[in-house]
Design a protein around this ligand. Structure first.
Ligand code: CP
Ligand code: NVA
Length: 310
């Protein structure tokens, strides 16, 4: 038996290097292949993961929970409403207690500082299952999906149409690490903020006022809801501000002929994306959703066991 790797967390995309991503993507492909062949892959037998949700989820919950069972482990599911987290037990205390009982923790919460505080007091790896600022597991799956369909993303152009939110920030981090370009178009007042995105320079992205221009020549067009979880009070103002940021067939025509369309889901047809696009031939949203599970299985294995052969 190999010894446990040094404690690592996955709190933002920049926590791994390009070389580590190359390993994780390769591993995800192998793990997916085994799953499709009904071949058991259970390196995490007897390991337990705590999953803490302070916001709603369908994909993140199912992909992590099913993924952990398939790896031979089990999960404990906690929400703010049914744990002491909702009754103001300090995050530090929660982290110390929970991490003495489980091998891995996945958290979906509000501020990035909350997950960072938890990680600082945790004895076990902590995974970001979405914060206001980042959604690294989603971009992990999205890039894995891009590679499956088109090969390496290095040197390609991703068009981001919509809110300068957690998904946009994570795409920016990924572009800096993996060497691709992001064309960003957001309504004014909803721009990406380089310091929040946590990127070193503006070299890997370009801002466009007109979403059509952002899509021109892109290899991948992607968007997300106009109103993210936690921002519901801004719903009406956002509906007005984002009216022209709906990915439509014309935008897809401006992109490369073989451009893919992605959306992390849940989607609102007729708002951020036209039904003809998300349900059209260039859309890979269902692969993207499925790949959450395969990519995260590789991530969990990597954090708990390090690099594996076979
Ligand atoms: N894309 C994503 O994270 O979906 P859920 O909110 O359903 O987990
Ligand atoms: N930006 C969205 C993503 C949902 C998966 C949100 O934070 O609600």
């Amino acid at each position: 038996m190999t010894s446990a790797p040094a404690l690592r967390h996955y709190l933002q995309f920049s926590d791994f290097s390009a070389e580590e991503y190359a390993y994780v993507f390769e591993r995800a492909a192998l793990i997916k292949k085994k799953f499709k062949a009904y071949e058991k892959h259970q390196p995490l037998t007897d390991r337990t993961m705590a999953m803490i949700f302070e916001k709603a989820s369908t994909r993140t919950r199912v992909s992590f929970e099913a993924g952990m069972y398939q790896l031979g482990g089990s999960v404990v599911h906690l929400t703010t409403g049914d744990s002491q987290l909702g009754r103001a037990e300090p995050i530090e205390d929660s982290a110390k207690v929970i991490s003495r009982m489980v091998d891995l923790v996945m958290i979906r919460t509000f501020e990035q500082t909350k997950i960072e505080t938890f990680a600082a007091h945790s004895r076990v790896p902590v995974i970001n299952g979405l914060t206001n600022e980042f959604h690294p597991c989603q971009i992990l799956a999205d890039i894995f999906t891009y590679i499956e369909h088109r090969g390496s993303i290095k040197g390609k152009t991703v068009a981001w149409v919509g809110d300068g939110n957690n998904m946009a920030n994570t795409w920016l981090q990924a572009s800096e690490i993996l060497g691709f370009k992001v064309h960003v178009s957001t309504p004014s007042g909803y721009e990406v903020d380089q310091s929040i995105a946590g990127i070193r320079s503006a070299d890997s992205y370009q801002v466009f006022k007109d979403p059509m221009e952002a899509c021109r020549g892109a290899d991948l067009v992607t968007t997300d809801v106009w109103t993210s979880m936690g921002y519901e009070a801004e719903n009406e103002a956002r509906r007005t501000a984002f009216a022209d940021w709906c990915v439509d067939e014309e935008m897809m025509r401006a992109a490369q002929p073989d451009a893919l369309f992605m959306h992390c889901l849940p989607a609102h047809r007729g708002e951020e994306v036209q039904a003809e696009v998300i349900d059209g031939p260039q859309s890979v949203v269902w692969d993207e959703a499925e790949n959450r599970m395969h990519a995260q299985k590789a991530l969990m294995e990597f954090l708990l066991l390090g690099r594996q052969a076979g």
